[in-house]
Ligand binder design. Sequence first.
Ligand code: NAD
Ligand code: MN
Length: 498
Amino acid sequence: MLDYSHDDWKSRAAGLSFRGQAFIDGKFVDAVSGKTFDSINPATGAVLTPVSECDEEDINRAVAAGRAAFEGGRWSRMAPGDRKAVMLKLADLIRDNLEEMALLDSLDMGKLVTDAVTIDAPGSAHFFQWYAEAIDKVYDEVAPTGPGDLALVSRVPLGVVGAVTPWNFPLDMATWKAAAALAAGNSVVLKPAEQSPLSALRLAELAAEAGVPDGVFNVVPGFGATAGQALGLHMDVDCLAFTGSTAIGKMFMQYSGQSNLKQVWPETGGKSPNLVFADCEDLDAAADMAAFGIFFNQGEVCSANSRLYVERSIKDAFVEKLIARAQGTQPGDPLDPASKMGAIVDEKQTQGIMRFVEAGKKSANLVTGGERVTVDGKGCFVQPTIFDDVTHDNPLARDEIFGPVLSVIPFDTEEEAVRMANDSIYGLAASVWTDNLSRACRVSDKLMVGTVSVNTVDALSAQTPFGGMKQSGFGRDLSLHSLEKYTALKTTWIKYKA
Ligand code: NAD
Ligand code: MN
């Protein structure tokens, strides 16, 4: 698999068939309106397939199917060990179709197929497997009440979980929500991002093949302002798990207040700082990971290390190392294993990134990149770009760009570095590079973020919670803690003759 050539991937892509219809109640169906929109490959501009443009009516159908399935109990009341078996089968099916799942994300949103086939698609299988294996090992509680009372404190599924996901890791974001919500016994109605709905639709089909009963896992593609809003405002959705921008995360909180007080779990934007201290012994490793932290997935990563704070004494030498790495990370055809970076998700995002870059050319020191480029004369591609001497109040240092654009800011003291790192509306993640153990612990302790990575970037696993503080939202995906989102605490008192 890892030996696939560019031609191998191109011929596999050419042979792919796409599912563009909504998946509701165990079947692929058109939108009630009959409308479709085009799924576009940003690397070429080519239309991949028409996709059902679902709106409120389709959301209503999917939620009704989810509710009926939940009340029918085939999934919600299935023994955890049996749900586990179905989800393990799904993990196997994802592995059996790994190249297809990887290609769907690569073609739909421009990421490198080699990343998709080694990271995203195996990750999806792994997360389904992890929650499958977990679900028959989670115990409830018996409260310490007196004799004559048996008080059970248990975690029960909520009912219908709505999930609204972004386009940067289409399969994995769908998986992070669905795997935990399904493991807990809920029904799910997922609205994937309109830029990249294809892998989630195929995932729903594989879930049905694995034995997930009809109505339990529905995928309803459509636009945010129609389908997304309908899910947010729905009176019969019990919980809404959202990953996307901070602005839309705030809207989901409002939708809840305007409707049925559904629980909302926003996981939103970021502007993650990476702090490099002069006492870091392996500055080459730090530079490798600093570059990875901003150029991986074209910088379209919520936790991307987009603010780089470097101690002034090593700043110039460190920036030289970064420039070399950026120049070795030029974009290319996402299907070419030799390419180092893929395409930006669409025209709109590309133009948004370039607006930041053009403004940056007037307000900071562009040291590499800074241009939009084409590959084979086509597509949405942006060079890996680094601005040095960015002032802390520059939009380059404050706003989420969501592209391959790094802002370098020097610091003189540990205290100043921590203060600037925390001076952000976001608090998703941070990295710290130092070989001074006390400093590593002290700085990590002070950073107001959901995840601190010391001497690495973006550390993440199924075993640890992922999510933010401040306006990065408060939802947590992954780990057993994610199950808490998708369950309610229920107390059952039983009187008996002691
Ligand atoms: P977005 O907020 O524009 O869209 C996310 C989802 O919300 C999409 O499915 C979209 O259709 C839907 N949506 C848009 N407008 C809506 C509305 N008015 N009502 C209801 N739904 C609506 O974000 P995006 O551009 O797709 O993704 C990029 C953002 O996602 C970035 O801000 C990034 O930081 C964030 N993100 C966060 C995490 C995390 O875990 N914290 C992970 C990945 C991405
Ligand atoms: Mn697309």
